[in-house]
Design a binder for this molecule. Structure first.
Ligand code: SAM
Length: 262
């Protein structure tokens, strides 16, 4: 298997020392260990090593690992050649939990990696992540706000998130085409059960794919008008205006109605 192309790996390396220090400073001192995803050439890694005695880094590009090892020899850095989309999290993190995560993630994998981490409050307390601005806007969006969709609902279920600061393309080499945003994500135990969330996300992903329609049309054929009214939702509302708790209630009501007719 050849090395994946650099462009696919989103290799825009940070070169602005102020941005690097500001990202590192958003990690807390406790828990005293951090997982870095995609250390690249180690720009952020060095700043993390100044704050933590335990830094574990996952890098998928094997070509970058020898120089990382050489540059950080004798430090507390442990580097693993690994794909953060696939690496099983429990064997990696459970023995020393909890962790913080710090990452400058490429667009190609950023959302998927975040989705893996969001439900893992048992392993991770805080994620400090830089992503393409548009992804962070979708992550922190509130109902009715622009960009509100499934990612925001997943975040609402598992975490509190806030925008820390914007990073212009000039902070990277090579420069990306888009602006980035650093976000702080604090994971929390979910208020709803796994089954409730599964049903809620199933309905929400169906409805939000038809976001311009009103609820009864957007949710066809999964939910009918009577059910929407019985769940106390406005049939004239659009899917993007519903909060997580609305989707959970609707999902539970639909499941209950299904059980009653079985
Ligand atoms: N942290 C460095 C910095 O800020 O300069 C590099 C950031 S660069 C945007 C993203 C890094 O993530 C690259 O080193 C890339 O090889 C790595 N990467 C991409 N996909 C990955 C994956 N699935 N698992 C682990 N690392 C990955």
């Amino acid at each position: 298997m050849g090395r994946p192309k650099r462009r696919q790996l989103g290799q825009n390396f940070l070169i602005d020392p102020q941005v690097i220090q500001r990202i590192a400073a958003l990690t807390k001192l406790n828990p005293p260990r951090v997982l870095e995803i995609g250390p690249g050439r180690g720009a952020l890694t060095g700043a993390l090593l100044e704050r933590f005695d335990r830094v574990l880094a996952l890098e998928v590009d094997t070509g970058l690992i020898p120089s990382l090892e050489a540059n950080f020899e004798g430090t507390a850095l442990e580097i693993r050649s690994s794909d953060a989309l696939k690496e099983p999290l429990d064997p990696l993190l459970a023995a020393e939990k909890p962790w913080q995560v710090a990452a400058n993630l490429p667009y190609s994998v950023g959302t998927a990696i975040l989705r893996r981490l969001l439900p893992r409050h048992d392993l991770v307390t805080r994620i400090v992540v830089m992503l393409q601005a548009e992804v962070v806007e979708r992550l922190v969006a509130e109902p009715s706000g622009s960009g509100h969709g499934l990612l925001a609902l997943e975040r609402a279920a598992f975490a509190d998130a806030s925008v820390a600061f914007d990073v212009p393309p000039g902070a990277f080499r090579p420069q990306p085409k888009v602006h980035s945003i650093v976000a702080v994500i604090d994971l929390k135990p979910p208020e709803f059960s796994r089954n409730e969330l599964k049903a809620a996300f199933h309905l929400a992903s169906h409805g939000l794919n038809r976001a311009r329609k009103t609820l009864p049309n957007a949710l066809k054929p999964l939910v009918d008008l009577e059910q929407i009214e019985r769940s106390g939702l406005d049939p004239g509302a659009r899917p993007g205006t519903l909060e997580l708790a609305d989707w959970v209630r609707l999902g539970s009501d639909v499941a209950e109605a299904g059980n009653a007719t079985e």
